[in-house]
Design a protein around this ligand. Structure first.
Ligand SMILES: C[S@@+](CC[C@H](N)C(=O)[O-])C[C@H]1O[C@@H](n2cnc3c(N)ncnc32)[C@H](O)[C@@H]1O
Length: 238
């Protein structure tokens, strides 16, 4: 598939910011034909070091809040300044997705790239922890790393080269995610489906030289990628 907006982010300096399979290409595929209004206030939930946040501020013109738990918001702020963005365009926030520090109905939309699987596997998460911050009618776009078919009872040896069964429990198939988000009362499920960009986004990640990418290479070089995919979830708040 083509990623016309992502290509200019594919530099060694910017790719050094990613914390998993290329979040910029994932965001581009996720937001194809999106329903987020121009100038919208958007939460990049689990933004990591903020490359997807920069991408959304620059390419889509959203006012972005880069909300993340593990990254350093001051470092993210410096990165956003280096990228020529103002505080009106993008704001780093240290936040736990289960106790978000925003006003009710604050966001026009939430976009979450490669992080929702850490905190969103609780079927009550949407109704109890997230949707209050989204305006009625607002969209939530989520992409999670997943499995083509859940195989937790018989985990393939290739996957176990890089990950423990506990780590693999973060990865699930479309049926699992339909069940989790389908339990939500406050939003309509627009779609839960496999994405196309799996191979491409993994390839960008495995080229990185950090210890996490090196660790992931073992499973992927052994062919573990055939069990994996990325899953797109779109919700509309009632
Ligand atoms: C694999 S990294 C992906 C980061 C970024 N989206 C990217 O692709 O580079 C997962 C991210 O999920 C975030 N995360 C995990 N649990 C979280 C929580 N409870 N609240 C907020 N963010 C969380 C971490 O801070 C981390 O940045």
């Amino acid at each position: 598939m083509q990623y016309p907006l992502s290509e200019k982010y594919n530099t060694p300096e910017l790719m050094a910011k990613i914390m998993g399979p290329n979040p910029v290409k994932l965001a581009e595929e996720l937001l194809m034909k999106h329903q987020i209004p121009a100038g919208a206030t958007v939460c990049d939930l689990g933004s990591g070091q903020g490359l997807s946040s920069v991408f959304m501020a620059k390419e889509y013109g959203f006012k972005v809040y880069a909300a993340d738990l593990w990254s350093d918001p001051e470092q993210n702020r410096r990165f956003f300044e280096q990228m020529g963005l103002t505080e009106q365009q993008i704001t780093p926030v240290k936040a736990d997705a289960t106790t978000l520090p925003f006003e009710k109905d604050f966001f026009d939309a939430v976009v979450s790239t490669d992080s929702y699987n850490y905190f969103g596997r609780d079927p009550d998460y949407l109704d109890q922890k997230l949707l209050a911050f989204v305006k009625p009618g607002g969209y939530t776009y989520i992409t999670v790393p997943g499995m083509k078919k859940d195989c937790h009872d018989n985990l393939p040896a290739e996957l176990l080269l890089s990950w423990t069964p506990e780590q693999l429990d973060y990865l699930h198939d479309v049926a699992y995610w339909k069940n989790i988000v389908g339990a939500c009362k406050g939003a309509e499920v627009v779609c839960v489906e496999q994405m196309q960009s799996n191979e491409e986004v993994w390839s960008d990640w495995l080229m990185q030289e950090n210890e996490y990418a090196l660790g992931d290479r073992k499973a992927m070089e052994a062919g573990g990628g055939k069990y994996l995919n990325f899953i797109k979830i779109v919700l509309r708040k009632k």
